[in-house]
Each structure stands twice: as structure tokens, then as C-alpha cells.
Ligand binder design. Structure first.
Ligand SMILES: C[S@@+](CC[C@H](N)C(=O)[O-])C[C@H]1O[C@@H](n2cnc3c(N)ncnc32)[C@H](O)[C@@H]1O
Length: 246
């Protein structure tokens, strides 16, 4: 009998994420975040000055700090002790006014609601019981508020590793849900339709889907240190979605 993964077990695994890895992602995330995810999230969010934003599953908080530096009033939620402690230390040092809350998104306490936008970047694939987490993100929004979320593109989740082996992408299972082992904590695969249909069931209106590709010049510069990086030019490693609360 296989045991169903729980949010608590996944959170414990995320809690093993080492501090050195957090420091290595200062100030604006890793390579993929810098070149593929952040520019799209920021464009979708638009001018955040003076707006109330929720960073749902903020990790070590780099994106919360980027939003606060652009003038947003940021609340950030993170369940792990380690990443939250790091984020709070940064806040103590920088004094950006970010409010941190420790919680599982599937059991989100009342945060005062009415956020203008919620960002949930690379979090939903980390959550076994993800539908209540997505619902909490939507319910935190004011009517017409914007949910922006990113996931590893469900059709190309293991892009770099399979490209390195085959010189092309290979995928043998797409339609079912399954767990993908990763260095610190697993990711959970679901087809794209699962995410988009849940948004629709929550009464959201899709505004945009983005599948960002890497600039060929940046790929060329990085190819010596990251073999297979050209795959990011040809195929999208991330799916980024913006939707409005109805
Ligand atoms: C890949 S990291 C992304 C973190 C951050 N959003 C970023 O882009 O750097 C996944 C994050 O999801 C968080 N997470 C896992 N399960 C969660 C849950 N049930 N509720 C909220 N966050 C969760 C992890 O602790 C981790 O910080």
C-alpha cells in the first residue's frame, strides 16, 4: 500500500533547504528566476507601488524583498522554520516593512484579506494537497485582484536532465499525477488542465499564460557552466499564469 504524501511531510522536507543555498540566491533568485521567472512575474503584476501584495510560499523571501523594494506593501507566508527565519533576519537588517506569517497555505489564517495581488511562485507543485492552497490564494484577493502563479511547466518538468541525456525532451507520463524526487523536497506533477480548470472552478478569469524562453545570447554565455542550457531557448521550463478573481 502506498502512503499519500501530506503537506506536513513535504514541509518537513523543505525545511532541510540549506542556508548556503538561500544565500546563493541573493538578491534575485537563481539563474532561472533571474532570466525566466522574475521578468514575467513583474510584468504581469505591473506597477506595485502602494499595492497590497501577498507572496504565498515565499521561501527565503527574495521576491518579497524585490516587491517591497518596488514600493509594495508585502505580506509573505512560508511554513518552514528555516526559510522563514532567514527571511525574518533579512527583514530585521533591511527594514522593508514585510510582514511574515508562518503557515501552510492550505490552512491559511485570516490575513485581513483584500490583497490587490497574490504571487505564488513555484509553490503549488511543492504542495501535495494543492487545491485548498490555490483556493486560499484566490480568497485572499479583493474582487478583481490578480493571482499570478508559476510552476515547472508540466510538459517539460525535467527539461535540463533529459535534454542532457537525449539532446531532446522526453516524457513518458503526463496525464496522471505523480511525485518527482528532487534534491531537498519532491515536486508533484499535474497536467496543465488541473491547474487551469481549478482556477476556473474558483471563479477566476484567465488573463494570460506565459511560457518564457531563454534569450539565445544568455544561453550562449551560460553554456560552458551549464551544459544543455540551450534547451531553455527551444522549450519552456516554466508556465506562468495570471488570473483575476471574479
Ligand atoms: C521552490 S520553493 C519556492 C519559494 C519561493 N516562492 C521562490 O520562488 O523562491 C517552494 C516553497 O513552497 C513552500 N511550501 C511547501 N509546502 C507549502 C505549503 N503547504 N504552504 C505554503 N508553502 C509551502 C516551501 O517551503 C518552499 O518555500
Amino acid at each position: 500500500m502506498t502512503t499519500q504524501p501530506t503537506n506536513e511531510a513535504a514541509i518537513q522536507q523543505w525545511n532541510t533547504f540549506p542556508r548556503e543555498a538561500m544565500e546563493a540566491m541573493e538578491p534575485d533568485g537563481d539563474f532561472a528566476k533571474r532570466h525566466l521567472i522574475n521578468p514575467v512575474l513583474l510584468r504581469m503584476l505591473g506597477d506595485v507601488r502602494g499595492r497590497r501584495l501577498l507572496d504565498a510560499g515565499c521561501g527565503h523571501g527574495y521576491f518579497s524583498r524585490m516587491l517591497a523594494a518596488r514600493g509594495a506593501h508585502v505580506t509573505a507566508v512560508e511554513p518552514t522554520d528555516g526559510m522563514l527565519a532567514y527571511a525574518r533576519q533579512k527583514e530585521d537588517a533591511l527594514g522593508q516593512g514585510i510582514r511574515y506569517v508562518q503557515a501552510d497555505l492550505a490552512r491559511l489564517p485570516d490575513l485581513g484579506g483584500d490583497f490587490d495581488a497574490v504571487v505564488c511562485s513555484m509553490v503549488l507543485p511543492a504542495v501535495p494537497d494543492w487545491k485548498p492552497a490555490m483556493r486560499a490564494c484566490v480568497q485572499a484577493l479583493r474582487p478583481g485582484g490578480l493571482l499570478v502563479f508559476s510552476v515547472n511547466h508540466p510538459a517539460f518538468e525535467q527539461l535540463l536532465t533529459t535534454w542532457r541525456t537525449h539532446g531532446a525532451y522526453r516524457l513518458s507520463r503526463y496525464l496522471e499525477e505523480y511525485e518527482i524526487p528532487q534534491t531537498y523536497a519532491p515536486a508533484f506533477h499535474r497536467p496543465i488542465s488541473a491547474y487551469l480548470n481549478e482556477l476556473s472552478a474558483l471563479g477566476c478569469r484567465l488573463r494570460e499564460c506565459a511560457e518564457p524562453g531563454l534569450d539565445p545570447g544568455i544561453a550562449q554565455e551560460a553554456q560552458h557552466t551549464t551544459p544543455g542550457i540551450e534547451s531553455y531557448v527551444h522549450l519552456p521550463n516554466f508556465l506562468i499564469v495570471a488570473a483575476e478573481r471574479g
